[in-house]
Design a protein around this ligand. Structure first.
Ligand SMILES: C[S@@+](CC[C@H](N)C(=O)[O-])C[C@H]1O[C@@H](n2cnc3c(N)ncnc32)[C@H](O)[C@@H]1O
Length: 189
């Protein structure tokens, strides 16, 4: 881990996307940017993101819709799976419960919510106000090197925080794993 003046940087984190999601209809929350889930699962994916420019940047394949995860314009029980690939770190903590409730609502019974995200430590150093995670993402299609950065203010989070939130709103935790600072949780409705 190195730190320059304003940034708290976590380097060299490895993530591997396996062909593990079953079902024909997958909702990817915050599917702009690298659009990793859309890249891997293509036409099965509906990628939503409030930023049109981020969706335009993401690879072709999924149906892309400008939408906020706080208020999903889908009916109950619409999706076999929902994914969030390093998106919740971008969403204010105050909105996390609302977003989890929305994900639960649009998932079919027994559907899975797969969440990849990062540990963000407590903001105990005023100068280090930006958190950056550098990732090497292995997918069946290609290897991606990228960095995701957010303001560190009030962003403290870890795997237990999301496990507790998911259980609180009614999800069952099927699997949880952490490698270095990156974790993956599989919830089931
Ligand atoms: C940097 S991307 C994370 C990685 C992205 N999933 C990928 O595969 O590259 C995070 C995305 O979350 C989006 N986002 C932020 N707030 C959101 C919200 N409330 N609902 C849905 N997406 C949101 C951002 O616009 C951004 O495109």
């Amino acid at each position: 881990m190195s730190q320059n003046e304003k940034m708290y940087v976590i380097e060299n984190q490895q993530v591997s996307i396996e062909p593990e999601i079953s079902g024909d209809r997958i909702l990817d929350i915050g599917g702009g940017g690298e659009g990793v889930i859309g890249l891997c699962y293509k036409k099965k994916v509906i990628a939503i993101d409030p930023r049109k420019d981020e969706l335009e940047e993401a690879p072709d394949g999924p149906l892309k819709i400008v939408m906020n995860a706080r208020e999903l314009s889908f009916l109950e029980n619409s999706f076999d799976a929902v994914t969030s690939f390093f998106t919740l770190m971008y969403i204010n903590k105050i909105d996390h419960k609302k977003v989890f409730n929305e994900i639960y609502r649009v998932l079919k019974k027994d559907g899975q919510f797969i969440l990849w995200d990062t540990v963000i430590p407590k903001n105990d150093e005023v100068l280090k106000d930006i958190f950056v995670i550098q990732l090497e993402i292995k997918t069946p299609i290609k290897q991606i090197k990228t960095g995701y950065g957010v303001s560190k203010k009030d962003a403290e989070q870890n795997m237990d925080y999301f496990v507790n939130l998911g259980e609180h709103i009614g999800f069952k935790v099927m699997k949880k794993e952490q490698q270095d600072q990156v974790f993956k949780i599989i919830f089931r409705k």
